[in-house]
Design a protein around this ligand. Structure first.
Ligand SMILES: [Zn+2]
Length: 257
């Protein structure tokens, strides 16, 4: 099984998951043309779409891909079947399905949208997190609150530390620049920022990251950081000193960063 990032739109990632047989699934095709070109370049055969959530920059290519390949299976969250174009395989939290001889497990991670899911491939040690967990950040809270997002992120960080995280956008550099304003003394964060700056300079993707790297550098996963807590509470003297309140304020700061 191979995983190939496909840059789409300005800063989105679709991903091809290509089985030994050549069958490919595409995660979050915002547009069809670059996906079809990548499928051809890789010598694969498109068999399925896995959508993490309903936003147009994740499902925008569904219809055109279905015109090119009418037999595609389209997997998405059952509760969002009205918002996922062409859905054929509605799934719930904990659903498992086979792809190319490997197992795919659905993890319900709402808050960015109320029907957001992640796709976990335990054998490949990989998870597709859409707009819930980013390298160095998390999605905006469009259809959920801080507690819901914090719980959803907790379900992802419960995966093994070496799980590779494939997220929906190339936001890493800006996310880490924000993170450094909250944890200027986090050496691992500073080192990752330098690494990411170099990758971006070379025009390389900064994905995948790993759960371990995120736990060490992502401000939305660091309620244990004294420095982060101190910096956030200094900006919001009325904020209660509890992890969810600090998380909410961190999200608020990031929204306007
Ligand atoms: Zn989104």
């Amino acid at each position: 099984m191979r995983i190939v990032p496909v840059p789409v739109l300005l800063d989105n990632y679709a991903y091809l998951v290509i089985a030994e047989s050549g069958a490919a699934a595409v995660v979050d095709p915002s547009e069809a043309a670059p996906v079809l070109r990548a499928v051809e370049r890789e010598g694969a055969t498109l068999a399925a779409i896995w959508n993490t959530h309903h936003h147009w920059d994740h499902v925008g290519g569904n219809r055109d891909l279905l015109i090119a390949h009418p037999d595609l299976r389209v997997v998405g969250y059952a509760g969002d079947r009205a918002r996922i174009p062409g859905i054929t395989d509605p799934v719930e939290d904990g659903a498992q399905f086979d792809f190319g001889g490997g197992m795919v497990r659905v993890i319900f991670v709402p808050a960015h949208t109320s029907g957001h899911v992640a796709y976990h491939l335990p054998l490949q040690n990989a998870v597709f997190t859409g707009d819930t967990l980013f390298a160095g950040g998390c999605g905006r809270l469009f259809e959920g609150d801080a507690r819901m997002m914090s719980d959803s992120l907790g379900r992802l960080t419960a995966l093994s530390a070496d799980t590779r995280v494939f997220c929906g956008h190339e936001y890493t550099e800006k996310n880490l620049r924000f993170a450094l304003t909250l944890e200027p003394s986090n050496a691992e964060l500073a080192a990752k920022y330098r690494r990411v700056e170099a990758q971006v300079g070379r025009g390389e993707p900064t994905v995948p990251t790993t759960i371990a790297e995120e736990l060490a550098t992502n401000p939305f996963l660091r309620p244990s950081s004294e420095e982060l807590r101190r910096v956030v509470l200094a900006k919001f003297p009325d904020c209660p000193d509890d992890p969810i309140a600090v998380f909410a304020k961190t999200r608020e700061l990031k929204d306007s960063f």
